[in-house]
Design a protein around this ligand. Structure first.
Ligand SMILES: [Zn+2]
Length: 54
């Protein structure tokens, strides 16, 4: 069964690498501070949706 790729939104606390759903900009959670990144609005296009990138 095909599964829809889960999307994350601004304000979500995430761990790992994420790409902007609109412009594909890559953001990564830091190694320090428990490695948690709170997703920002995309600094490039202002998008508010992110998808996990592995
Ligand atoms: Zn973007």
């Amino acid at each position: 069964m095909a599964q829809t790729e889960p999307l994350n939104e601004v304000g979500d606390a995430v761990v790992g690498s994420f790409r902007c759903a609109s412009c594909d900009l890559l953001v990564q959670s830091p190694k320090e501070n428990d490695g948690v990144l709170v997703l920002p609005p995309c600094p490039l296009c202002g998008g508010e949706t992110w998808r996990r990138s592995d």
